[in-house]
Design a protein around this ligand. Structure first.
Ligand SMILES: [Zn+2]
Length: 385
């Protein structure tokens, strides 16, 4: 469902109302909408796994000399030493596979966020943009890090929650819950959950994991019928957590929420492969809110897309999403095709946002850019700036 706001009487801004709880006031929405980076999704690392010699432990809030804490530290020391051998530069993805003994019920307790949290905290790695955790019956447990690889959103469908409340409050959870309230509870059995956070640069996103999962009882089910914030999160057997930092976010948090079950397609399609028309179509049919493709550091993907979509449209925009330096083009405009006259990359300092339909890049601009973007004077697309 969409509603329209008029801005400067000239441009319609589209905001998804289902991302906002109906009983709350979203500060700053009217008049000066908040613009967020789009949520990003990253592939689960499939690089060589490193076997832990000390079994993973859950987060513990006991005092430092408690045996629980001592065992936790021993495991974290082991994991940290193992991961130091992985020389991965740039944005990173971490994966922890927890092996549990055969008599343990995989769908009860052993919450994956409580396994992932202490390890991510220990690593204190600002380049960590994706954290994965799984559990299964095994005598062995593994860790690994790999370069973060951006992928298509999960194809099973996903929702976005946008919160304005302080994240340590009940109001934050209420806003998350309101966003998923209309979704159906997943049938009994294991659940694969991905959460993709867009946050301001000051925020420690690790502290959002538990708060957010606690609010997902509408889709996970409740542990006790009358008790709030106690979802059946033990049945999450695969958890993927992603981060996008957006200076414009302020105190607000945007969360993409994708929950599915065994058999649902995992997000493993590399973004670079989106260039083919077939995949683009699949993307357009199945994915809410992601009808525009953003090409960053991918000139060949961008040029392939142009060749496949001569009737499409392109926003050429600096990485910081500055509207004044951006232009909207027809895909066949000579100023954005062929050899870059400035000898640089097409998708370097300026990224390319591409869509077949003008309305879809309009939507992307409304979601991501502060201010109006002008049409290109060479190709004159039908764009009211
Ligand atoms: Zn043009």
């Amino acid at each position: 469902m969409l509603f329209h706001l008029n801005k400067n009487n000239s441009r319609r801004i589209f905001i998804r109302t289902w991302s906002l709880p109906s009983n709350s006031v979203f500060v700053g929405l009217v008049g000066r909408p908040r613009y967020f980076e789009a949520v990003r999704w990253y592939a689960r690392p499939e690089s060589h796994p490193l076997q832990l010699s000390v079994a993973p432990r859950l987060a513990s809030w006991n005092k430092a000399d408690d045996p629980d804490q001592v065992r936790l530290r021993k495991y974290l020391d082991d994991a940290e030493v193992l991961l130091e051998s992985s020389k991965v530069k740039g944005p990173r993805a971490l994966r922890l596979d927890v092996g549990l003994s055969p008599e343990r019920d995989l769908l009860n307790m052993a919450d994956l966020d409580n396994y992932a949290y202490p390890l991510a905290c220990r690593l204190k790695d600002p380049s960590l943009v994706s954290v994965w955790c799984t559990k299964g019956h095994s005598e062995q447990s593994f860790v690994r890090v790999a370069p973060a690889e951006e992928v298509l959103p999960p194809s099973a469908g996903w929702l976005v929650a946008t919160t304005s409340a302080s994240t340590s409050t009940r109001a934050y959870k209420e806003q998350i819950r309101a966003a998923v309230a209309g979704a159906a509870e997943l049938p009994p059995g294991p659940v694969r959950l991905q959460l993709s956070f867009v946050v301001g640069p000051q925020r420690n996103w690790l502290n959002l994991w538990k708060q957010t999962i606690d609010a997902l009882d509408p889709i996970l089910g409740r542990t006790y019928p009358n008790r709030d914030w106690n979802p059946l999160d033990g049945r999450i057997t695969e958890l993927g957590l992603h981060l996008t930092v957006d200076p414009a976010a302020g105190i607000a948090v945007k969360v993409g929420i994708a929950a599915g079950q065994e058999g649902d397609t995992a997000a493993v399609q590399p973004i670079e492969e989106l260039a083919t028309q077939k995949m683009l179509r699949k993307n357009q049919i199945s994915v809410e809110g992601r009808r525009s493709l953003v090409f960053r550091d991918d000139d060949s993907g961008y040029l392939d897309w142009l060749a496949a979509h001569p009737d499409g449209h392109v926003i050429n925009i600096p990485r910081n999403h500055s509207a004044t330096a951006a232009r909207v083009h027809r895909a066949d405009c000579r100023t954005i095709n062929g050899q870059n006259p400035h000898k640089g990359a097409w998708t370097g300092p300026y990224i390319k946002v591409c869509a077949e339909q003008l309305a879809d890049i309009q939507q992307w601009a409304a979601d991501n850019v502060r201010g109006a973007i002008a049409p290109c004077g060479t190709c004159n697309p039908p764009w009211a700036s």
